[in-house]
Design a protein around this ligand. Sequence first.
Ligand SMILES: [Zn+2]
Length: 199
Amino acid sequence: MEIIQLGNDLLRQKSLPVMEITDEIKQLVAGMFAAMDAANGVGLAAPQVGVLKRLFVITLADKERRVFINPAILETSLETECGEEGCLSIRGVYHDVARPKHIKVQALGTDGRPFTLEASGALARAIQHEHDHLEGILYIDHLDEAARKETVDQFVRREERRLAKRAQKNAKAARIAAKQGYRIVEPVEAGVGAGERTR
Ligand SMILES: [Zn+2]
């Protein structure tokens, strides 16, 4: 399950309610937890894996696996709090974001039962961040123009470096392969070609 990155239009779409909690939805939830854990994240929303459905998962330091299906934020405090945020879809960059400190949220669990939760601190922040994803909103949208530009530029530079490194690695693998007299059929990493395919 691939986590899509800033620039992919799916991150800007509004997600649709989950009509029924089928086995497919449960598999999606399991896959999202796995993708989130693999990326060392604390939260992941379905649109980030290309599925425009209203659900997200959160696992904070307490390791509790929280699932929110068709969530609605019922109340937000007037009091706000600033805290650092990152996003698995804007990997590698972080910025402080001001958000309401306390919230009340209602959602369905994977058992289909509604629950209401009052949250504050890291959990309130994570819920608001993930809920935004269902509306096509990213945390950078909460920053002022200069901070947003700085964060996006930083992300773009990092991604360019990543791609350059990957291309280098692939070219090296192709050279070694050529020396040994065979050619690379599969790219070293999916998504990017193996560079020169020799022989
Ligand atoms: Zn995010």
